[in-house]
Design a protein around this ligand. Structure first.
Ligand SMILES: C[S@@+](CC[C@H](N)C(=O)[O-])C[C@H]1O[C@@H](n2cnc3c(N)ncnc32)[C@H](O)[C@@H]1O
Length: 251
């Protein structure tokens, strides 16, 4: 599930980028991103944030467990590293910004990852984290969408060990990591019949479907019913809640 070699995974990540990049860019601007800043993009996925940062004059280091979609970005201003945010290190004080999106909740100890990010910041540097919480999808009034979303949440927790409620603890992990000037923003992604969010969910659920059926978490008919609901022109609902937290290394 979600391996970069899976057919359609690059398109799924690019769809996610198209949904999330606008607010990410706005937040970087608001936090004062400047040309020459050393930025770590941790778990860079398909790389759109890297492209944007480099175009704005940042010196970007992008990491991922699988750099297949990122290698083409390597060049002046962009360093691509195969690097595990939980196990591999950087020297303390290496970056003016550290950014991670839709990845920390999937790590075994998300708070420990935040503490690692904080150590990698230079004095005055900023940590920016954007992570989804699933509470806004699991009590949907649409029965098939609700059923599949509840089952998917359980599947993520069981198969990947994801912490599907962790984002809602933000920004406290940043405070505990010693960061100051901490802030929090929350928004709920809307989803409408057949829109990009619905298509992203379709691609995401398709990768999980076999495992969920095998584990007895949902039946094939549940998926078909959810896909019908989510493709209907009059379908309007809420998707994931995106919690965005930031903080600055003071000393
Ligand atoms: C859901 S994708 C999000 C990609 C990108 N951050 C975005 O928002 O568009 C998560 C990415 O993080 C990578 N990843 C997962 N665990 C990681 C780890 N421990 N260290 C580095 N990268 C990781 C995955 O390979 C994947 O590319």
């Amino acid at each position: 599930m979600f391996g970069h070699e899976v057919a359609g995974e690059r398109q799924r990540l690019e769809l996610l980028e198209s949904l999330l990049d606008g607010p990410t860019r706005d937040r970087f601007r608001a936090l004062g991103l400047a040309p020459g800043d050393r930025v770590l993009e941790a778990g860079g996925g398909a790389g759109s944030v890297v492209r944007w940062l480099a175009a704005h004059g940042a010196q970007v280091t992008v990491t991922d467990l699988d750099t297949a979609f990122l290698r083409e970005l390597a060049g002046p201003g962009v360093r691509v590293l195969r690097h595990d945010m939980c196990a591999d290190d950087f020297p303390p004080g290496s970056f003016d910004f550290v950014h991670a999106r839709y990845v920390v909740l999937h790590q075994p100890d998300p708070d420990a990852v935040v503490a690692r990010f904080a150590r990698w910041l230079a004095p005055g540097g900023t940590l920016l984290i954007e992570e989804p919480a699933s509470f806004s999808v699991v009590d949907s009034p649409h029965p098939a969408y609700r059923t599949v979303m509840r089952a998917f949440r359980r599947h993520l927790e069981r198969s990947l060990g994801s912490h599907t409620g962790w984002a809602r603890t933000l920004p406290v992990p940043l405070q505990r990591a010693g960061l100051g000037g901490v802030g929090l923003d929350a928004r709920i992604q809307p989803v409408r019949g057949g829109d990009a969010e619905a298509r992203w969910w379709h691609g995401t659920l398709e990768q999980a479907r076999q495992g969920m059926v095998t584990a007895g978490l949902a039946a094939p008919e549940d998926f078909e019913a959810a896909y019908r609901e989510m493709a209907a022109p009059d379908f309007h609902d809420l998707s994931l809640t995106v919690l965005t937290a930031w903080g600055r290394r003071m000393e």
